[in-house]
Write a protein that binds this ligand. Sequence first.
Ligand SMILES: Nc1ncnc2c1ncn2[C@@H]1O[C@H](COP(=O)(O)OP(=O)(O)OP(=O)(O)O)[C@@H](O)[C@H]1O
Ligand SMILES: [Mg+2]
Length: 352
Amino acid sequence: MSAIVLKNSLKLKKSFQAASRYKKEFLLYSFSVILIILIFDGFSFTSILLTCIVFLLSLFHFYFIGKKRSGDIALIKDVFSNITKHTYKNSSEITLNEGLTDIETEIKLMYDKIQADIEMLVKLERVRKEFLGNVSHELKTPIFAISGYIETLLDGAIKDEKVSGHFLKRAYEHTENLNSLVEDLIGISMIESGEMKLSKRYFNLKAFIEEIIYEFSDMASNKSITLSAGEIRKGLQVYGDKSRLKQVFTNLLQNALKYTNQGSVEILVEEEDNLVNIRIKDTGIGISEEDIPRIFERFYRVDKARSREVGGTGLGLAIVKHLLEAHESKVGVVSKLNEGSEFFFILKKSIF
Ligand SMILES: Nc1ncnc2c1ncn2[C@@H]1O[C@H](COP(=O)(O)OP(=O)(O)OP(=O)(O)O)[C@@H](O)[C@H]1O
Ligand SMILES: [Mg+2]
């Protein structure tokens, strides 16, 4: 019995404490009403009675306001502490009183935003770990091979001219791979950190593509693949960093030729308002549907064994993606296994 009385008196005390936060408002409110009564009615019995009633009513009024507010604040506090303790599985589990729907919506939005940020950070951390693992693996392979060749040479193979020539050539090839890997990595990190300064200007697309086709003609004819460009208007000028865009075309053409065994590789150009659609189309091995979303990731190769055979680290398309993003463009791909692939992107053109 005495415990119940104690509990209730504690509750009452708490509510009054909460209500006491509004004492200024309470005093201002009741005194202004009392003043109005006194002005209109003077110091009569009725006015004194009314004054007492007003005083008591406003006391109860503010007591209940205080009680309600402290209840609301306690509820909001509970929600925050539940968020900290990860009690909720999703934002729909967060509920407040009816009068607090605005705050509830805001807390839900904040909760969803925090969850999305955390997910992104976890993903970034995973990507970073994967990246470090891949880099070390890719560096280890050529270094291991080079040290193996040198060790064999030191063990005596150096005396055999034919064998030593072969080993030195292989070791040299691996140093070249190592060099291009490091250059690609530096390139990607420079684009990502915004350190890569682009020097954008208008240049002639036809001459640019003809030059690239010429550079790849040997590679194509060695594999008996027809390499050609479609119709390109003579005066067509596109806007961008010529040398970076050359890297884009080079990486895409290299892939098209690398992953095509027979048939053709074509560069197709289509003008549209102030844009140019560029497509690099091959009749190669194609890419399966499940691999397509991943090929632009750093180090992702569809067939690792085959990639090793034809060379490559899986950085080419990641570089293409980043470089085109730096040109406010986006690379896309359509592909069918054993039929071929088509990589496409847009560039801005001069309208004069
Ligand atoms: N035209 C294509 N046809 C078929 N598969 C392709 C084509 N282009 C890319 N791919 C697939 O996408 C993967 C990623 O390509 P990416 O250019 O990034 O790497 P890579 O060619 O293996 O190596 P790198 O370009 O760094 O020398 C390739 O390993 C290949 O499996
Ligand atoms: Mg490539």
